[in-house]
Design a protein around this ligand. Structure first.
Ligand code: F3S
Length: 776
């Protein structure tokens, strides 16, 4: 084992440009008329693309105004990075506009232990890792190879800095908020905005203040704070909102503890979570080799940049007294079903569940700090001294190589292994379902984890596995009893000798007294890597998982064959979609996720769970132009493919809030890939509407929602007025001429939300085509 002390890092690309941010904020304050600002607002507004002008002529209303922002950094995990990079490549740029990193963590499957699992997973995912590494080299992206750790832990240890705004292509990106910044989880298309220097759009979130008083004590940890809050807010309570913690209770917690709290803000749907800069954050920056960042942050804090203004108003304030918090266990199947540990035994009994734990899992991006690990090691030592071993399989996932190596050097690993723990690779493993579990197949059972999510089937693919979330200390203590009803605060375990063991609450160590060790140094990419333009990006032409993204053809100009000038070509209506149609309906997940980097393959799932309003069937479309060899009805993707084969561009008619759900860019890429040029909706979900615009699909809104039912499969729809709009007449109105299959026709009015920039994307065929046109 190598135990190289962690070196001071090159901080040039990771220190926020505080003087500029503070100047930007001063510009914004001018048109906000001296309104005191929350910390979240300060960070957002100082990253406005054009702080001088501001949005809507300088009016910012939280919960209403759309902000155009300039994030400072992007982090991508190996699953979502694939399509993000394929899109970035098609923009034709030589390097990313902001520092970016790739982390190979989601594709490592846990089975027998770190080394063997890592080697097996590297072999089975070789083509994906080779692709990511070669693309990283070509474009100057920092590449963290398999085994280096979990994206969020690495970001916290290396890139996060107080007051910065960053994006990550993973929902737990907010973990970095433990260092007092805004880290937001997004889809690949948003990451591509930042990487190409395009303004990134976000509706100004509301800000919820969480006022922390008191101090955690005994068994209560930061995890219990967020488990408790999840119970209060529910899984929807944070939607469109940032959780901003303040008060003395923030200052009494470690930086990594705050990261755990921020991490699980995602479980209540919050945009992200943040905290004012604290002395513990400063110590953590120093401990992780980032002294220059701490010094710069100190100066920015002295100017008031890293905390809320006196008198800042929150949209809601939640009071929590940390002294009153008791350990909490959340679940099963939803992270907001919170039960204090004193009531958990009774809860299990009431439900009639077997009082048995089948496995205990600690670590992951949520809870693998040095503090967490030294706490559980203390419990392991107490158990070992009493002659106990874990009653159930006990798995530990370190968050990073730095944590793993420091645990090893400080005998934390030894303490865990001596009571039966298996230490897995530094990767997501069971947290994301990468767990080759051999027991309890299709059997009801209960696992206890220190992870963040517990939806059905998430960990082991068995929908009968009940996953309960708790702090690492509670998970560990309960592993020695093997019973769900065991409450380590009051209960004892009877030892073979007849004596009994009552655990003493562990305290742990915030940071390693001997400093962190870097571990295997070859895992660390060079900071500020130069792009190597000559590098070939490795995509096998026979790959089933990766496919180069060919730029979409513009709907206009000679190559398009469109005789209608700057109006869209005549479009055939594919179908009228009935009711709810989320991004999951448009591009299903599950087994399809393995094709995330292969647009042709994943497009086979287009709209397969959508309902056709003509007939009411799921995944049925009509092809009224079919030839003798084809049937009149077929699956939706098959009919879309037929239209593509006939070079017939098409349109969709959809219902309310089309595209709600996630930021999944595939839901816009796939229809476009098969030839969709326009979607007319009763209403759109904003993020998806923007994604459609980015891919060159024109989203239009029915001016009269009743017109929805007047258009059906096989009708021809044609825009009128779009040409004037594209040519710069912002007041031009667009109408749609509908020609029914019997030859009759009528016009309907429609509305649009296209800005002048977005009209340029449409004209070029996509936002990336537009960027490429500017580069060439
Ligand atoms: Fe996500 Fe768990 Fe990995 S929350 S980043 S899957 S460790």
């Amino acid at each position: 084992a190598t135990h190289v002390p962690l070196q001071e890092k090159d901080c040039r690309s990771i220190t926020p440009p505080y003087p500029t941010l503070i100047e930007n904020l001063a510009l914004v304050r001018k048109y906000l008329n001296g309104r005191p600002l929350t910390l979240a607002e300060k960070i957002l507004y100082s990253h406005l693309f054009d702080p001088e002008k501001g949005p809507d002529g300088g009016k910012i209303v939280r919960g209403e105004t759309y902000l155009q922002l300039r994030p400072a950094r992007v982090a991508m995990q190996d699953a979502s990075a694939q399509m993000a990079l394929l899109q970035f490549m098609s923009a034709g740029l030589g390097k990313t506009a902001v520092p970016s990193s790739i982390h190979c963590d989601h594709l490592i499957q846990a089975s027998v232990g770190a080394d063997a699992d890592l080697q097996r997973s590297i072999a089975s995912n070789k083509e994906v890792f080779d692709f990511l590494e070669s693309a990283a080299k070509k474009y100057g992206i920092e590449f963290w190879k398999p085994g280096s750790g979990i994206i969020h832990q690495i970001v916290l240890e290396n890139y996060a800095a107080p007051g910065m705004l960053m994006l990550g292509t993973d929902s737990h990106t907010p973990n970095a908020g433990g260092l007092g910044l805004l880290a937001i989880g997004v889809g690949g298309a948003d990451a591509v905005d930042a990487m190409t220097g395009t303004p990134w759009e976000l509706k100004a979130p509301q800000v919820v203040g969480v006022h922390l008083t008191g101090q955690l004590n005994g068994w209560a940890t930061p995890k219990d704070l967020i488990l408790h809050l999840a119970g209060k807010l529910t899984v929807k309570g944070g939607t469109g909102r940032i959780l901003e913690y303040f008060g003395p209770g923030v200052f009494s917690q470690s930086c990594t503890g705050l990261a755990t709290v921020a991490n699980m803000g995602a479980e209540v749907g919050a945009t992200t979570s943040t905290f004012p800069y604290t002395p513990n954050m400063k110590t953590y920056l120093h401990a992780t080799g980032r002294g220059p960042v701490a010094q710069a942050a100190d100066k920015a804090a002295a100017q008031g940049f890293l905390s809320a203004d006196e008198g800042a108003e929150y949209d809601e304030v939640i009071e929590i007294n940390l002294s009153e918090l008791e350990p909490t266990i959340n679940g099963p199947f939803t992270p907001d079903l919170a039960t204090p540990i004193s009531k958990f035994g009774a809860f299990i009994k009431e439900q009639g569940w077997k009082d048995e734990i089948s496995a205990s899992l600690i670590g992951s991006c949520t809870n693998s700090s040095y503090e967490d690990m030294t706490r559980v090691a203390e419990l392991a030592k107490q158990a070992k001294a009493a002659g106990l071993k874990s009653k159930v399989p006990f798995l530990c996932t370190p968050g990073s190589e730095q944590i793993r190596a420091t645990m090893e050097r400080d005998n934390v690993t030894e303490a865990l292994e001596s009571v039966g723990a298996t230490v897995l690779a530094n990767a997501c493993g069971p947290c994301i379902g990468q767990w080759k579990r051999e027991d309890k197949k299709d059997e009801e059972n209960a696992i206890l984890t220190s992870f963040n999510r517990n939806f059905k089937s998430r960990n082991d693919g068995n929908k009968l596995t009940m996953n309960f979330l708790a702090s690492p200390t509670i998970v560990t203590a309960m592993a020695f009893s093997g019973k769900l009803s065991f409450n380590p605060l009051i209960d004892t375990i009877t030892l073979p000798s007849g004596e009994s063991l009552k655990f003493t609450p562990p305290s742990g160590k915030d940071l390693p007294p001997a400093g962190f060790t870097a571990g295997e140094t070859s895992y660390y990419p060079s900071p500020i890597p130069e792009p190597h333009h000559e590098t070939e990006v490795l995509i096998s032409p026979t790959s089933q998982r990766l496919e180069e993204l060919k730029p979409f053809l513009s709907h206009f100009g000679p190559a398009s064959g469109n005789p209608r000038g700057l109006e869209l070509p005549s479009l055939r209506v594919l179908m009228r979609v009935r009711g709810k149609c989320t991004t999951d309906h448009i591009s299903a997940a599950g087994p399809w996720l393995k094709y995330k980097g292969h647009l042709s393959n994943i497009s086979e799932n287009l709209l397969i769970t959508a309902t056709n309003d003509e007939g009411g069937d799921v995944n049925v479309a009509f092809d009224h132009d079919h030839d003798a060899s084809q049937s009149e009805t077929d699956t939706i993707p098959n009919v879309a493919k037929r239209l593509k084969a006939r070079s017939q561009p098409w349109a969709l008619i959809v219902d309310e809030n089309y595209g709600e759900g996630s930021a999944r860019e595939h839901a816009a890429l796939q229809p476009r890939f098969y030839g969709c040029a326009m979607i007319i909706a009763r209403s759109f979900a904003r993020i998806h509407e923007t994604n459609l615009k980015k891919q060159g699909v024109l989203p239009l809104w029915f001016a009269d929602k009743n017109d929805y039912s007047r258009i059906g499969a096989g009708d021809i729809v044609e825009t009128n007025g779009l040409a004037q709009l594209i040519e710069g007449d912002a007041n031009a109105t667009v109408t749609i001429k509908v020609t029914k299959r019997d030859g009759s026709s009528f016009d309907i009015p429609v509305k649009h939300t296209m800005s002048s920039d977005q009209l340029k994307w449409l004209r070029a065929g996509s936002a990336l085509n537009h960027i490429r046109g500017q580069v060439n």
